[in-house]
Design a protein around this ligand. Sequence first.
Ligand code: CA
Ligand code: CA
Ligand code: CA
Ligand code: CA
Ligand code: CA
Length: 649
Amino acid sequence: MKNNLSITIKTMVYKMKLKQLLLLSSVLITQPLTVLAASDLTLVWQQDNNKVEDVQWLNSSRMMPSADRLVIYKGKGLQLEDKQGRNISLMSGDFSDIDHRDINNGLLVAILDDDRQQAFISSFNYHIKAWSERHYLPVTDYKIEAVCLYQDKSKHAFLFLIGEDGQAEQWLVADASQALSQAKLIRQLSTPPQSQYCQVDDAQSLLFINEENVGIWAYDAHAEADLTRQIVGLTKPFGHIGKSAMGMHRVPGGLLVLDADDNKLHIYLNNQGQWLHNSALSLTGLSEPDKLTVKLNNEQLEILIRHDDGMSMFTLAWPYKEPVHQAAIVEVEPQVETKPVTSLGDAADDPAIWVNLAKPQHSRVLGTDKQSGLVVYDLSGKQLQHLAVGRLNNVDIRTDFNLNGRQLDIAVASNRDNNSLHIFGIHTNTGVVSELAEIGTAMEDIYGLCMFKNNSGDIYAIANDKNGQFFQYLITGTKGQVKASLVRQFHVDSQPEGCVADDVNNRLFIGEEDQAVWTLDARPEIKAKLEKVISVGNNIHSDIEGISLYNKGRESYLIISSQGNNSYVVLNALPPFTYRGAFQIGFNTTLGIDGVSETDGLDVTSVNLGPLWQDGMLVVQDGRNRMPADNQNFKYVPWSDIADQLELN
Ligand code: CA
Ligand code: CA
Ligand code: CA
Ligand code: CA
Ligand code: CA
């Protein structure tokens, strides 16, 4: 090893004035008045050892300051090393690729075992200074080329396995403190062929994968994300990479990419989601550099590159900062998920909770399948009924409907097959749901729906048309017939959907999907006058979807699905509708239930439905049912967890 050998590598970079950089990149915050220069890339040391397979700086080793890096040596194993390259601990084996993250008390590592052609997870405990047992993932039917870890904001660790022909998988492998004894498959992905390298930027939730002759792609790494990708940089003649895009490493504000054949280090910066090529630094003297690890130390990158002859460590002045992130939204976990709906694609939509007052633990969740009808679940998520009545969009429930002198609870759903109100009876003791009537409307494209009961017990259904028109109907059941009489009309300017009525306060809340939540008097005899409750903006990201009301004593909250950022906003349901916070629904690793994203409808009750639900329950539609991937379903969350996280009451 040649220590402190300081060689300046002469390279060409694009000279840029600070002003231009500021225009180019939103990630620049307070930058020194210098430009990124070739002379800043300085060789500090190199170690000749052609057995080096992979190397990683430790993200942080506060608990064990002597630990500096992880190195895989061909045919020998994985070595945890100090700054001088001395062995602290060796794990023997024939390994070729590694990634790691910090967990409580130590390091979590994902390793590709060449002998077994399988990936495994292990951890190094800093207290007892030993490796844990290996947890192997199942054998794959493709050759694994690379492994990379992703740690989300709840410190759940996910492993991506990248295959040689465009197959990839994402597995849940660890929680904040330990590897799971059995990894759980989250989803399968199709990725580019000719990929051998990957890397995840946890803060941005981006999975980078190379496609050797094409360039570097960025995928959304979040377990709930759709399979979408963006190009970071292309090979010539479409981009700047000379021959082959190989290993990459995230840096504050950007990405470093190696071109093994052209012997260059490419620098990409991210400007508000757009990737821009900044410079290409020659790595003269290195042979086939293909993997790198990077850490930031006093505005200087320390770059350790693996190449055919060993490892070389460079420093590079780095004026770019991490982009500013909004404060993370708190998370709660689902405790129950329902059986998936039978329809493929975007199908589950809007739930409504029916409370069994005599036996609350026998309450029911009614959920629409917007391609097939109404599904009834119990509190364990088991499906009890499926009424194949057509394309129901939204559903709501009110109690004590008078049908010819008989009291029963009713659900009303908007049926898009016939632009009708579909009315169901719910047996007060058993919760069994049955069709009562289907009543046509004047709407051209019926969409959202909610219900209102006034102080005298009159029950209304308020439905909306995609064109923004609302139609309020009085639902009656006298003279042997269920009838709906139009009693009021009002409108918003663009597409609405979710709505909810506060029966106690005669208040109606309606959502205009990409604009705002509005409120008006729910009583039809009062002229409709809309007042704004909250606009799409920092807290609510369009679409505004499901809206529901939590009412318990003096506590009254409005819960709104902020679909655009996979979260839920809580407001006081009384003027001035103070914002109380937002939450997301993450993974429940213990029960193996995936988190929730892209929620359409939701419903909440404050009634004690049993031990898990003492302060009530929130039910939400999940746009992406994972672990394993399946048709959409609904998730149940205890209200007490939401109240704790948001410090309500
Ligand atoms: Ca949807
Ligand atoms: Ca509803
Ligand atoms: Ca919608
Ligand atoms: Ca999900
Ligand atoms: Ca699931």
